[in-house]
Design a protein around this ligand. Structure first.
Ligand code: NAD
Ligand code: MG
Length: 383
């Protein structure tokens, strides 16, 4: 039986992880859950999965949840301390990081420190603290198994090829809801337009990131850390149907890809069952009913997320943090309809242009740069 600590249990990845647990009760046991503010849902999850420990975003929420679940006798903590405690729970074998944003840095490092296998969905942590995560995982001999669909596809395409040289990684992208639009056409797109992803149903932040292609940029950096490949050898290709989930090209020219329907439960489950595969209910690809699968180059001039990410990856230091923190802050404002779609790019660019140079930043320096990015953006754009 695999014992799971799940941080971000009420979100899109979190609830799909619990669906897998629900369908395989003999194989998995949830030992810790954490979320931000969705107390109603986490209470339901506590009643269904009986974890030994729970944490929520703030102390007020924790007080309310304790009162509502007194009959269960499950300890409820809050804040960063509680989040790290949940992620590193002593009974857990694997920690699923389904939390959104670079708030995942500290709990992910705490889980690695405690020797947990990491099933990683929380890409912002690898983007901002990849060097620290890799180093800690190596020292603790901890496996980091990707949950992000493209990275899972790459990981699957690497199986059985230990020692074989990779020439390129082909990272596929759907192109999001605005694929093919010009910059002028993006001037006045609305929040509702941006939230209409053609293929995937996901949390709001990543859905906006898919529309700006910042998501694909973050994924380039994520892939370079996960698979030890320089960003210049990671090629992004738009594959609008999201059937080819990504591929690896080897020295001899062979391209090995993973294909499937767009269902996040496959990569989530594979991170839990690896190296085995297990039955997963759901639709199967029917090639006879499919129109042509086509691929095209991304429009990096209009959708600047990729340009920023290649630049951040090359510079290293706190530039990826400035890029990511600015994006998180800008997207939060876009989600409240306080700024326009294209302004997200202006905010990221400004934050990167004004970021300090620094090699190998510590956790404290990364968090300080996050705070400083928010300060700089506030001074520039919110006065
Ligand atoms: P979501 O917004 O649906 O869920 C986020 C979860 O994080 C929620 O449970 C929320 O309560 C929790 N959370 C937020 N702030 C918190 C805080 N301060 N303390 C504790 N918990 C907090 O997000 P999602 O779409 O499930 O994405 C989660 C991560 O997985 C992101 O990093 C995203 O990029 C990545 N990812 C998601 C998908 C997808 O299909 N949704 C696919 C690939 C990668
Ligand atoms: Mg992805």
């Amino acid at each position: 039986m695999k014992r799971i600590a799940l941080i971000g249990s009420t979100g899109s990845i979190g609830t799909q992880t619990l669906e897998i647990v629900r369908n395989n009760p003999e194989e998995y046991k949830v030992v810790a859950l954490a979320c931000g503010r969705n107390l109603e849902l986490i209470e339901k999850q506590m009643r269904e999965f009986h974890p030994s420990f729970v944490s929520v975003g703030d102390e007020e929420g924790a007080e309310n949840l304790r009162a509502a679940t007194r009959d269960l006798g499950i300890p409820v903590a809050s804040g960063m301390t509680g989040l790290c405690e949940a992620a590193a729970h002593p009974d857990a074998d694997v920690t699923v990081t389904a939390i959104v944003g670079m708030i995942g840095v500290q709990p992910t490092l705490a889980a690695i420190e405690a020797g947990k296998t990491i099933a990683l969905a929380n890409k912002e942590t690898l983007v901002t603290a990849g060097h620290l995560v890799k180093k800690a995982a190596k020292e603790k001999r901890v496996m980091i198994l990707p949950v992000d669909s493209e990275h899972s596809a790459i990981f699957q395409s690497l199986q059985g090829n230990t020692g074989n040289k990779i020439s390129r990684i082909l990272l596929t992208a759907s192109g999001g809801p605005f694929r093919g639009r010009t910059r002028e056409e993006l001037e006045h797109v609305t929040l509702a337009d941006a939230l209409k992803h053609p293929n995937w149903s996901m949390g709001q932040k990543i859905t906006i990131d898919s529309a700006t292609m910042v998501n694909k940029g973050l994924e380039v950096i994520e892939a370079s850390w996960l698979f030890d490949v320089e960003p210049s050898r990671i090629e992004v290709l738009v594959q609008p149907q999201s059937i080819i989930h990504s591929a690896v090209e080897y020295e001899d020219g062979a391209v090995i890809a993973q294909l499937g329907t767009p269902d996040m439960k496959l990569p989530i489950q594979y991170a839990l069952t690896w190296p085995k595969r297990e039955y997963l209910p759901g639709d199967r690809l029917d090639f006879t009913k499919m129109s042509a699968i086509y691929l095209e180059q991304p429009d990096m001039k209009t959708f600047r997320g990729l340009e920023f990410a290649y630049r951040a990856a090359e510079a290293g230091g706190v530039l990826p943090t400035a890029m990511n923190a600015a994006n998180e802050y800008a997207v939060a404002h876009f989600l409240k309809e306080k700024i326009r779609f294209l302004e997200i790019y202006d905010w990221i660019e400004y934050a990167m242009d004004t970021a300090p140079k620094m090699a190998e930043p510590s956790v404290e320096e990364i968090l300080a740069e996050e705070a400083d990015t928010i300060r700089r953006l506030g001074e520039k754009f919110l006065k």
